[in-house]
Every structure is written in structure tokens, then in C-alpha cells.
Design a protein. Structure first.
Length: 85
């Protein structure tokens, strides 16, 4: 299963928690055997990262460490309304 995430727009306080929840959801599905071969790709700085191909793959060994993101605001992967030229 390949999952891609990006955040875009303003600095909403719920973005970090949303990212954490999605990581927890897909990780739990992997552990339950509902899916196989999980890869989570994070696009850096929202649409800018999607358009420029700037991304990182989340290492599986930190899937369980994302709960701390529920306490943070903003987005751990950045967001942007920047136009790519």
C-alpha cells in the first residue's frame, strides 16, 4: 500500500494531529494484516512539494512515535500557497 500526504493552506491547529491520526490508521491496518507493504510518502510544503517532487518517505520504525504530533499545531511537513515557477 502506498500512501501520500501533504498539507496545504493556512496554519490550522489540527494539521499535525490529522497527520498523526492518518499514520496511526495506516500503521494499525498494516499490523492487523488488512494491508501489506506500507509506504508513507510526505510531500514537503504542500502543493509546492507535489509539483516539485520534494518528498520524503517516513521510516516504518517511527510509525509508533507519531503520537506526539497530537500535541502540536501547524504541520510537521509544512504547507504553502507558493506558486512554483
Amino acid at each position: 500500500m502506498n500512501v501520500a500526504m501533504m498539507t496545504s493552506g493556512g496554519l490550522a491547529p489540527c494539521l499535525s494531529s490529522s497527520v498523526a491520526y492518518l499514520i496511526e490508521y495506516w500503521s494499525a491496518a498494516l499490523k492487523a494484516g488488512s494491508i501489506s507493504g506500507l509506504t508513507i510518502r510526505m510531500y514537503i510544503d504542500g502543493y509546492k512539494g507535489v509539483l516539485s517532487g520534494d518528498s520524503t518517505i517516513l521510516p516504518p520504525e517511527i510509525y509508533d512515535d507519531c503520537t506526539c504530533l497530537h500535541e502540536l499545531g501547524g504541520s510537521p511537513i509544512g504547507n504553502s500557497r507558493v506558486k512554483v515557477r
